[in-house]
Design a binder for this molecule. Sequence first.
Ligand SMILES: [Zn+2]
Length: 65
Amino acid sequence: MTCRKCLRFPVPTSNYDEVAINVTMQSELYRCRTCGQLIQIFALERGIHYLSPDEAKSQFPDVDL
Ligand SMILES: [Zn+2]
């Protein structure tokens, strides 16, 4: 589930809420304010990953979705 806005992540930054950080993985989880899609980024690479809620919970154990 993505929308036109989050396919352009990370701009505009105002469209995303930061919902969790995994310090061990140096990874951050954001949520699109328009459609609710979860988006994961890694500090050490430029990759963007679009996650399902189950995937997000497995990678961010303390996330509150
Ligand atoms: Zn979206």
